[in-house]
Design a protein around this ligand. Structure first.
Ligand code: DNO
Length: 356
């Protein structure tokens, strides 16, 4: 298990590379060029500038999260071919700079969604990301976007880049009436376009789950259960076609048995990387994010790390969203302290499992 940390780049992250380097056991970052719009080519020069900084800090950059997929690809428009060609170029450019895994998602329009980005946890005064489907009652997607932007404390949020959301209404219209199966066929078309390049350049594609793990606003979604991932890996036989199993996203639905899902796809060699975090279920489609500790939430972190250890021990993982603690201010979910505690805890579990 290679422990990494998500880093948004020196121009927009509140956390520095040196701080990341000082977290015990940290080997690298999951990198991101947060100024790139979906569909654009990531140039070698841009990639080299980012990875150069990371390497100079003594960290690796073997995983990129995310190269976002253009809506024309997800919605299957004829113009998708041009964007797939760009994606192929980006894969080659990333591979030339040592990137081995690319995380992406295939969620129409919205990446992850929360109804509160800083919900007070009354027991200890910290705060975390929170979701209650009831809070969406009577609220359209536009209102949610406005509220999320206002609550983001001036940070860009991954998946909520303004240019992606600028044409929101028109984009939403394109998905009207689209079934999950149609969306899956668009994913197949995308994978058929890019996986030959991945094979040639030794790059693994890892599909991030829908977050939360069910369809929202009537949009089709195809990555939120074991059955969905069975269908996803069946779309293309390449071992480069894998899952980025995010325990918190999948775990928002208590019906998902996370350790069993890891074991299933780990044994198949189809886990490309993982995000590990905990969630606390508060009711039907109602949860908040918790510290990583098993006893603070509803996921069994020991069983999760054990499943990685037994079936896919060589993958990159990262502690996912943390709470805001110790008066830290930063990008919601992506502060330093709680994620650093999460990494240390996960490494502790790993050592205990390895030695026992
Ligand atoms: C949220 C993240 C997601 C993830 C993308 C991958 O905090 O986990 O934005 O990076 O869905 O494409």
């Amino acid at each position: 298990m290679k422990m990494t940390f998500r880093w948004f780049g020196s121009r927009s992250d509140s956390v520095t590379l040196q701080q990341i380097r000082q977290i015990p056991g940290m080997t690298g970052v999951m990198g991101f060029l947060d100024y790139k719009a979906a569909g654009e080519v990531w140039t070698e020069q841009e990639i080299a500038a980012y990875t150069g900084e990371v390497h100079a800090a003594g960290l690796a950059c073997e995983v990129i999260e995310s190269v976002n997929v253009h809506e024309d690809i997800k919605s299957g428009l004829p113009s998708r071919n041009e964007y797939i060609e760009n994606y192929r170029t980006t894969i080659r450019n990333l591979a030339r700079h040592g990137v081995e895994v690319i995380v992406y998602n295939f969620m129409p329009v919205f990446d992850w969604l929360r109804t509160d980005l800083a919900r007070l946890i009354p027991e200890d005064g910290s705060n975390s990301l929170y979701f209650n489907e009831k809070d969406l009652d009577g609220m359209g997607p536009l209102e949610i976007v406005r509220r999320t932007a206002e609550a983001s404390r001036g940070f860009s949020l991954p998946g909520w880049e303004p240019e992606r959301l600028a044409e929101l209404e028109a984009t939403l219209k394109r998905y009207e009436g689209m079934t999950a199966d149609q969306l899956r066929q668009n994913l197949r078309y995308f994978l058929e376009g890019i996986l030959p390049v991945c094979e040639e350049y030794g790059v693994t594609m890892a599909c991030h789950p829908d977050d939360p793990a069910w369809p929202i606003f009537g949009l089709p979604r195809i990555a939120h259960s074991q059955a969905d991932y069975e269908a996803l890996v069946a779309l293309h036989p390449s071992p480069r076609n894998t899952a980025c199993l995010c325990t918190g996203s999948l775990g928002s639905n208590p019906a998902n048995d996370i350790p069993a899902i890891i074991r299933r796809f780990g044994q198949m060699g189809r886990v490309g990387c993982m995000h590990i975090r905990n969630v606390k279920h508060l009711g039907y489609r109602h949860f908040r994010e918790a510290s990583h500790l098993s006893t603070d939430g509803d996921l069994d972190m020991y069983a999760i790390v054990k499943a990685v250890h037994d079936t896919c021990p060589h993958i990159h993982v990262r502690p996912d969203h943390g709470r805001m603690i110790w008066d830290e201010t930063g990008r919601p979910g992506y502060g330093l302290y709680d994620r650093a505690l999460g990494a240390t805890y996960l490494n502790g579990l790993w050592e205990a499992i390895s030695k026992s």
